[in-house]
Design a protein around this ligand. Structure first.
Ligand code: CA
Length: 227
């Protein structure tokens, strides 16, 4: 899941990014309000973490602009310590939650997960499809209860397909949602990745819709032969 981080302080932005990566998300950093406004309106993010004090356009204005344009992704606002008026303004502007700086990264992740759950994007921390269980909290994948060793990239792929269950996802959409901004995957990267993952899972969980993409169907088989 892609998460937009809007923060001009490089140190904070990179620590948020690192903890999001470790938690299986695909974060992108925007360092000023105008850029954030534009990207929030043109790109597809599951949520945004938005600082108030930003160059070019402040965070509250960014949020108001998004809401005026009916961009309804969940937003966690980062506010300065002790500024209750900022928090009130933030909620008025359409923030779903806020965190007061400085905050613990664990709390940010917990709030983000809760928000995604409420938004319906992350209903459960344990996602299932037939014999496959993906635990987004423990970052574990099991088949029929036995752990499967997956790379972070493979985990993000499974996580995205499970969240979009029952829908065919194009290779392009998969790539934007599982690779980081600075990564340029090869044209057949997704195909190779899915092939490798199928061999690891040893179960027919991911289906191919030739010419359209991949999907995990709503009703996955309970156990299966190698795909
Ligand atoms: Ca700032």
């Amino acid at each position: 899941m892609r998460i937009l981080i809007v923060e001009d302080e490089a140190k904070i932005a990179t620590s948020i990014r690192d903890v999001l990566v470790d938690s299986g998300f695909v974060p992108e950093i925007s360092t000023d309000g105008e850029d954030a406004w534009f990207r929030g309106g043109t790109e597809d993010y599951s949520a945004a973490i938005l600082d108030i004090g930003l160059p070019k356009l402040d965070g509250l204005s960014v949020l108001r602009n998004w809401r005026n344009e009916k961009i309804d992704m969940p937003v966690i606002l980062l506010t300065a310590k002790g500024s209750w008026s900022e928090r009130v303004d933030g909620i008025d502007a359409g923030a779903d939650d806020y965190l007061v700086k400085p905050f613990h990264m664990e709390e940010l992740i917990a709030r983000l997960r809760a928000l995604l759950r409420r938004a319906g994007a992350d209903k459960n921390t344990r996602l299932k499809a037939g014999p496959l269980v993906l635990d987004t909290k423990q970052m574990r994948v099991t088949i029929d209860g036995s752990p499967v060793n997956v790379t972070p990239l493979e985990f993000r792929l499974l996580n995205y397909l499970l969240h979009q269950r029952g829908r065919v996802i194009s290779q392009e959409e998969l790539a934007t949602n599982i690779y980081f901004q600075d990564q340029e995957p090869d044209s057949n990267a997704i195909e190779v990745l899915v092939g490798r993952l199928r061999r690891k899972l040893k179960a027919k969980v991911i289906q191919t819709r030739r010419g359209f993409g991949y999907m995990i169907p709503d009703e996955a088989p309970d156990s299966g032969d190698p795909a």
